[in-house]
Design a protein around this ligand. Sequence first.
Ligand SMILES: [Zn+2]
Length: 164
Amino acid sequence: MTPLSETEVRRSFVNCSRGEAKTLTLPRDFDELDWSRQVVLGWRDPKAPLRGYLVAQVDDETVGIAVRAAESSMSGRTAAMCLLCQTAQPGDAVSLFTARRTGNAGRNGNTVGTYVCADLRCSTRVRTEIPPWLLDRDPAEVVAERSLELRERVRGFLDSVRRP
Ligand SMILES: [Zn+2]
């Protein structure tokens, strides 16, 4: 991602009110973020436990969406997979997140949901959690490929939130 200012991040939100976007809490490490390593900037709201945010750049446009984690979590003894970064993890490290859709659909209470890493830090995981069957390949190539796939899946999710 190209570096964003706090104002740019707050202005990017498409599925919450301006007031919500203005008051949401930015990631604690916002000032030290390595933007070149973010495919999607995802974080949980440090002050509102079930809230989270995803900000991505799609076709030169910055799009932010507010998501809400399900109150119940899966068991840590079962395996689950994040559908954005496709990392397999214990069930309690993956959460169902719902996003209010934009426009009329959203006003009518319409949401879309998907399973994502509970901490929403998929950008980190595509670099650090390499599936075992990819370990014999060139690490830089694998990270590039996983980042590209993450970008495409994030775009798909953002599209489903914004679909008219
Ligand atoms: Zn993930």
